[in-house]
Design a protein around this ligand. Structure first.
Ligand code: RUB
Length: 330
């Protein structure tokens, strides 16, 4: 059965970063599954529908490797499908309902994180943020509306310049933002009261995987005794890390750093473009989730609460094998 063009478009959008940011790609993944279910035109055999959905699930998951929000969104929807029974119509409904529920809860989580996180922002605070995180922006905007923030430094975030999205996003809410190059972080840190960033993945030991450069920001903050807050929904915690799996770090095309002509002229120079890095828990003061503020060392508790049901299966075969065995083996 053909994959609906809208689903392919979403998959391509995630790959090329037209859709970017861990929360947005998770919601886009759920949306893709919903669209796929709605546009299923195969037979009335429920098994065929399940196989078709597994194919879509694998396609969506394969688009970007680092943000666990993506497989977590897919697993949420597919888990609901795996528990549903009945004819194709009933299974379709299970997918659509689960996808809609994920999207709704994800949007509510961002709001809640804003409210909880804003309470941790000091009065008259100068805040620094890195990359563009909807969750971190929610904290900053809410705190600003409470009259707590006087200034925000936003890094450019090379090579993709997500800092420009942050600049626009915060400015639209009236927040005074100053854009700085990534290399100015340590210099500016003297003026900063608190750092607020987002997360793509949080490991079971509380390490935070986020946009490349985040660990340098955290290191500079640590040295200057500036608190670092990570704003992250609970679906950004990685169950696979419970069984020792490492978070894969995405390496993107060197052409995001230098133009192809430059590469062609300098054939002996290697250009690397790692898109994420890992900040150890020692450099993080607190993680702000929609369920509350936790120390990074409590990441394990979030994982057990959210993914406890899947633990046995994860232990047996890793997360990848959890729900999509048929197609993974193809
Ligand atoms: C974006 C990035 C963001 C997190 C959190 O990376 O690292 O900080 O995804 O974002 P990219 P959010 O631009 O490569 O996707 O809070 O919006 O989920």
């Amino acid at each position: 059965m053909e994959i609906p063009s809208k689903v392919l478009e979403i998959a391509e959008g995630i790959k090329t970063m037209r859709i970017r940011g861990a929360g947005k790609i998770a919601r886009a993944a759920a949306e893709a599954l919903k669209i796929a279910a709605e546009n299923y035109k195969g037979s009335n055999d429920p098994e065929e529908f399940r196989k078709y959905m597994s194919r879509i699930a694998n396609l969506v998951i394969s688009t970007r490797p680092t943000a666990v929000s993506l497989p977590n969104a897919v697993i949420y929807v597919m888990y609901n499908l795996s528990r549903a029974s009945g004819n194709v119509e009933e299974l379709r409904e299970a997918v659509v309902n689960a996808a809609e529920k994920f999207i709704e809860e994800s949007l509510n989580a961002i709001k809640k994180i804003g409210e909880i996180g804003a309470r941790r922002i000091k009065d008259n605070a100068v805040v620094l943020t890195h990359c563009h995180s909807t969750a971190a922006a929610s904290v900053i905007i809410t705190a600003y509306k409470m009259g707590k923030i006087v200034k925000v430094y936003s890094t450019e975030t090379r090579p993709f310049y997500q800092g420009r999205i942050t600049y626009k996003h915060l400015s639209e809410h009236g927040v005074p933002v100053i854009q700085i190059p990534d290399s100015a972080v340590r210099y500016i840190m003297n003026e900063v009261d608190q750092v607020v960033v987002g997360a793509d993945t949080i490991a079971s030991n509380g390490a935070v995987v986020n946009k490349i450069g985040t660990s340098q920001v955290a290191l500079a903050a640590h040295e200057a005794r500036v608190r670092v807050f990570v704003a992250a929904e609970t679906y950004k915690f990685s169950p696979a890390t419970l069984i020792g799996e490492l978070v894969p770090i995405e390496y993107r095309s060197p052409t995001e750093i230098v133009p192809q002509e430059w590469i062609d002229k300098h054939r002996n120079v290697e250009v690397l473009n790692p898109a994420f890095d890992v900040t150890p828990p020692e450099y993080i003061d607190a993680i702000i989730t929609e369920q509350g503020v936790i120390p990074p060392q409590s990441a394990i508790l979030v994982l057990l609460e959210r993914f406890g049901w899947a633990l046995e299966k994860i232990k047996q075969g890793g997360l990848g094998k959890l729900l999509f065995e048929e197609t993974l083996e193809e």
